[in-house]
Design a protein around this ligand. Structure first.
Ligand code: COA
Length: 449
């Protein structure tokens, strides 16, 4: 075996380890658009889900079937009917939906049953269980339009789903529900996935969709200057949603976003919109730091905020021990008072337990993140990461292309978070003049995608 392989494989595998540990025992609800299956992506998605499950994640898979139902309708010479952005499910459409769901379930179960040697499924023992876990109610008549067999989720049998997951199986749900009278209702994949994620209080809701995520300027066309926003705080996602026209079709920006926001508001901390067109997008989103699509995340805004002059005492208390032991450069009190607004902090019950400052150098389109500190009793819980994300968001909002840090001891933390080391000569002129050549701090830069 070549040593080059050892040098690339081992560090790569180790870099994934924290995510494997973090997700073990967690519950993910994955909604997969029918379009993904129509586009022939099922085999690879099944392989990736089997891998994720084998690493201890409990998975509920909800499949969509829009194109498959439409195909059945076309075959029967019957037009698909919609109103209010929803399908009107008449008798023929209900028949078509049942046929499409049956067919898809077989295909999905078959995909999870593969196990040929020399494929990612070799040795996999994936049990897939389905059931009548969803109680539905009719949409009824809206503005004079009778939606017939189209339904909405009334209740999710979360206890039964939990038991099935504990048994070690993956739960597979079709967008169908039944009323207490035994009537079947056609639901949407998005509503079922969202309702199930909320009922289970899942750790993640992931939509595998025909769109790549939400762009930083959502209504502007895709371009290099308008990349996918990998992390959207819930409050920002809600503001965006309020400004968008109501969604009529899956490619509308508001379509998946509305479900992500709903789930996050109801206690699902993270919901994701990721593209099925990219092979391995699930693995990239779950096991790589910045992910590939958009994650809507419920960060407690009252805890994470910009500092004011009143916070200076708390900031000093937090950073002083690290200044004393030389981890941080000593800053004087007046400087911190003057620059209070540059600091972002995490506060809990009136105590500041994390901070970082951003000093922009707009002429070089970069900014320095300084005084990044998490109080020793709360380190290792992701607060350093939250503050970093906040500083990145602030830098982006200022139109900066990168952020940099000077460090003597914390290089690995930054390397793991997408920073790369550069020569101090790289620093903007104004910062280079202040660089302390005796301290010999290392300079790390992170490009903002
Ligand atoms: C660096 C620091 C801000 C990280 O904050 P945090 O809230 O503990 O970070 P997170 O919870 O987001 O990340 C924790 C991970 O970072 C690792 N980590 C913590 N300090 C580290 C360091 N000095 N070097 C490398 N990794 C470190 C932890 O081991 C943990 O790793 P794991 O996820 O593999 O278990 C915090 O440790 C701190 O305040 N250190 C002292 C001040 C400092 O060094 N600031 C940077 C000055 S440039």
């Amino acid at each position: 075996m070549s040593t080059v392989f050892n040098f690339t494989f081992v560090p790569w595998f180790r870099s994934v380890a924290p995510y494997i540990h973090m997700h073990r025992g967690k519950t993910f609800v994955v909604g997969i658009a029918g379009e993904a299956i129509a586009a022939g992506k099922l085999q690879h998605i099944a392989q990736d889900l089997a891998l994720i499950q084998s690493m201890g994640v409990r998975i509920v898979l909800v499949h969509g079937f829009r194109p498959q139902v439409n195909e059945q309708l076309r075959a029967k010479g019957h037009a698909a009917k919609y109103s209010h952005g929803m399908r009107i499910t008449d008798e023929v459409a209900l028949d078509s939906a049942q046929e499409a769901a049956g067919q898809l379930r077989y295909e999905i179960e078959a995909a999870f049953s593969q196990g040929l040697p020399n494929t990612p499924m070799a040795g996999s023992k994936m049990r897939v269980l389905s059931g009548n876990f969803i109680t539905a109610r009719p949409v009824g008549i809206l503005d004079g339009v009778d939606f017939k067999h189209s339904g909405l989720v009334r209740k999710v049998d979360s206890a039964a789903i939990h038991r099935t997951l504990e048994f070690g199986a993956m739960v597979l749900l079709s967008p169908f529900g039944f009323s207490p009278t035994g009537e079947a209702f056609n639901l949407t994949m998005e509503e079922v996935a969202t309702s199930v994620a909320i009922a289970l209080q899942a750790d993640k809701l992931i939509f595998l969709t025909e769109i790549p995520g939400i762009r930083q300027q959502p209504l502007e066309p895709e371009s290099e200057d308008n990349p996918i926003d990998t992390e959207l705080p819930l409050a920002a996602a809600e503001r965006l949603l309020a400004s968008l026209p109501s969604a009529q079709q899956p490619t509308d920006t508001a379509f998946y976003l509305q479900h992500c926001v709903k789930a996050c508001k109801a206690g699902v901390e993270r919901s994701h919109i990721i593209p099925f067109a990219v092979d391995g997008s699930l693995l990239l989103e779950v096991y790589v730091h910045d992910g590939i699509g958009t994650m809507v995340v419920d960060e407690k805004l009252e805890e994470l905020r910009e500092a004011t002059a009143d916070d200076v005492g708390g900031i000093l208390q937090l950073i002083e021990p690290f200044e004393k032991d030389g981890t941080l450069v000593k800053r004087d009190r007046t400087e911190i008072e003057r620059d209070a607004a540059n600091y972002s902090i995490i506060e809990h019950d009136g105590v500041i337990f994390a901070c970082a400052a951003l000093y922009p150098y707009p002429e070089a389109k970069t900014g320095e993140m300084a005084a990044l500190t998490v109080s020793p009793q709360s380190q290792g819980q992701g607060d350093g990461e939250k503050i970093l994300k906040r500083v990145e968001q602030r830098a982006r909002a200022m139109g900066l292309d990168s952020i940099f840090v000077l460090t003597t001891r914390t290089m690995h933390w930054f390397l793991k978070r997408g920073f790369v080391q550069v020569d101090p000569e790289w620093l903007p002129e104004a910062r280079k003049r202040k660089y302390n050549w005796d301290r010999r701090s290392m300079v790390f830069v992170k490009k903002l995608g």
